[in-house]
Design a protein around this ligand. Sequence first.
Ligand SMILES: O=C(O)c1ccccc1NCC(=O)[C@H](O)[C@H](O)COP(=O)(O)O
Length: 207
Amino acid sequence: MSRTRIKICGLTRPQDVRAAVDHGADAVGFVFYPPSPRAVSIDQAAALVALLPPFVTSVGLFVNAGQDEVDAVLERVPLQLLQFHGDETEADCARYGRPWIKAARMRAGVDLVEFSSLHPRAGGILVDAFVEGYGGGGKTFDWSLIPEGFGRPLVLSGGLDAGNVTEAVRRIRPWAVDVSSGVERDKGIKDAAQIAAFIAGVRQADG
Ligand SMILES: O=C(O)c1ccccc1NCC(=O)[C@H](O)[C@H](O)COP(=O)(O)O
């Protein structure tokens, strides 16, 4: 059984990037959605991505951004993976020639299989809770809404923390987990001890 990949999202400070990398995160996410308290500028993101060693994926997160907005980021920030967290169509996501994951905002009544079929070229589907402000809400959703045998890389997200991630991984066996609020002392301000505890919780489930 391969180990569960780990993405730490919403990083804004160099020390938090270093903490995520040092504790073994596989990916770090930077939010390019201005209303978010975790949003970073292009200059800030370029400096943070420059801290990443090989084999730690830089992820850029967008919500219904215009093409010019995404292009302006991509010109200056070497993002290896894009994450589209709004109402983007497959065509919207595919226009940048970069690998991407598409976020589904999950709640009762959302058919994840149908959603997935609308995004066949996405590298994976990130399943987040349905929250105001599109994401970063620190809220879990009913994991039983995730169908058995989903059949493509699933990134479990939404309200995860060191207290629930071991159970979440054991129940869902996702390709990866993603966390923002659950490793923070304040929005956009990560806590190294919470990052360490979260990653240890994932590793405990991996066995
Ligand atoms: O993090 C944000 O502020 C954010 C704002 C708008 C859209 C998406 C956002 N974050 C995307 C992520 O991938 C988060 O890690 C994900 O929503 C889970 O957040 P949390 O429940 O706080 O762990």
